[in-house]
Design a protein around this ligand. Structure first.
Ligand code: S3P
Length: 444
């Protein structure tokens, strides 16, 4: 839903040692995809562990608007009665994707090759974000899009009645763009090919194969060449959504900087296209052990045991950026407690997330007494070896990850840190305050 309610400030006080087990919710990317692919399969897909954050609920509502039957049976247990590839019906109302870039971009792709018109909008954050990165490749299928200046929402998309398969090289590392093209390719006859120079999260490829599509990934010197054969009949699946490594990042990082902490975060996805934060933290000196590695829902998972650690700043390899793109805000918060500089280069994609995350982190860290340097593509945090002043109110700009990152920082800073709107957190991690409170966080 677009627009948030009244902003509610939330304050993190310096907290005692964190102890216990943190069961974080289901993976957001996989939750969106299980609803969308479930809606494009013929028959009933059953999902457990679905993230019930607002972003995913907005995707569920959109799939209903396109004709799928989407039902909640219990906590995290959902079913989707799909209408088949090419079976969407034209929605009667505007599709409101709230705060969620993944919802709007993937759903635009999914409807782009059906003869129907749909209008999309979102909240003040989503209405600022660029959509041409998706509508440009969709136009190659024959799709038309009419939006506000700069390719912004609200936007009306007219699906191609006679789509043609495309070959497209993504100009920026983006799983949303790749996925939009693949989902559009489902209803185009022939082979749609997406080439990505840098690997991005591969949940769409894994799940398309799981739903019975013919999809083939070749690793070449050009990058990953992904070939999808159009017009398959997708078979409904039983999907067990693993826990989200991007949500796990918050209790993990909090435990690293709050003295005396020792926590367990079980069943976290360790998909190599998603888990770049964890080797980065280990390189910084973090005491994390990866226990009981196994496979769940087609994804590698592990239990993470995390203990308070003295961290040192590092240069994060830029080629790791895609595999940890959503984790830079919390890494920047943790870097403030390390000894020495943490250098994050090759991160300009952060400027077009739910907020300009380089700017939001830079301003918030400065307000908390931390020295930073930034340019268009870089953020450098000068660590204070555990002595972070805090004592500021930080603007989160409708961005859940900015809000949670500063709540983590406030748990170990000398003076309390307030975020101006804690309601943003519910888009991806609705149980955040309760879960962190159970570990020993002092929030008010
Ligand atoms: C996502 C891809 C990433 C990520 C977002 C979720 C996805 O965005 O930041 O939170 O589920 O495909 P980009 O594709 O724009 O990098």
């Amino acid at each position: 839903m677009s627009g948030h309610g009244t902003p509610q400030p939330l304050t993190a006080h310096r907290s005692g040692p964190l102890k216990g087990v943190a069961e974080v919710p289901g993976d957001k990317s996989i939750s969106h995809r299980s609803l969308i692919l479930g809606a494009m399969a013929v028959g009933e897909t059953r999902i457990t562990g679905l993230l019930e954050g607002q972003d995913v609920l907005d995707t569920a509502a959109a799939m209903r608007a396109f004709g799928a039957e989407v039902t909640q049976h219990g906590a995290g247990a959902w079913s989707v009665h799909g209408v088949g590839v090419g079976g969407f019906r034209e929605p009667e109302q505007v599709i409101d994707c709230g705060n969620s870039g993944t919802s709007v971009r993937l759903i635009m792709g999914a409807m782009a090759t059906s003869a129907m018109t749909a209008t999309f909008t979102g909240d003040a954050s989503l209405r600022k974000r660029p959509m041409a990165r998706v509508t440009d490749p969709l136009s190659l299928f024959g799709t038309q899009a009419y939006g506000r200046k700069g390719g912004r929402l609200p936007m009306t998309v007219v699906g191609a009645a006679d789509p043609v398969a495309v070959r497209y090289t993504t100009p920026m590392p983006s799983a949303q763009v790749k996925s939009a093209v693949l989902l559009a390719g489902l209803n185009a006859p022939g082979e749609t090919v997406v080439i990505e120079r840098e690997a991005t999260r591969d949940h769409s490829e894994r799940m398309l194969a799981g739903f019975g599509a013919q999809i083939h990934v070749e690793r070449t010197s050009e990058g990953n060449v992904i070939t999808l054969t159009g017009q398959p009949e997708l078979r409904p699946q039983v999907v067990a959504v693993p826990r989200d490594p991007s949500s796990a990042a918050f209790p993990v990082c909090a435990a690293l900087i709050v003295e005396g902490s020792d926590i367990l975060v079980p069943g976290v996805s360790q998909n190599p296209t998603r888990n770049g934060l964890y080797p980065t933290l280990v390189e910084m000196g973090a005491d994390i052990t990866f226990e009981n590695p196994c496979e769940e829902g087609g994804e590698p998972v592990a239990d993470l045991r995390v203990r308070f650690s003295a961290l040192k700043g590092i240069e994060v390899p830029p080629e790791r950026a895609s595999s940890m793109i959503d984790e830079y805000p919390v890494l920047a918060a943790v870097a403030a407690f390390a000894q020495g500089r943490t250098v994050m280069r090759g991160v300009k994609e952060l400027r077009v997330k739910e907020s300009d995350r380089i700017d939001a982190m830079a301003r918030g860290l400065e307000a908390c007494g931390v020295r930073i340097e930034e340019d268009e593509d870089t953020l450098i945090v000068h660590g204070m070896a555990g002595d972070v002043p805090g004592g500021a109110t930080v603007a989160v700009h409708l961005d859940h990850r900015i809000a949670m990152s500063f709540m983590v920082l406030g748990m170990a800073a000398k003076s309390p840190v307030t975020v101006d709107d804690g309601t943003a957190i519910s888009t991806s991690f609705p149980i955040f305050t309760r879960l962190m409170g159970d570990l020993g966080a002092r929030f008010a």
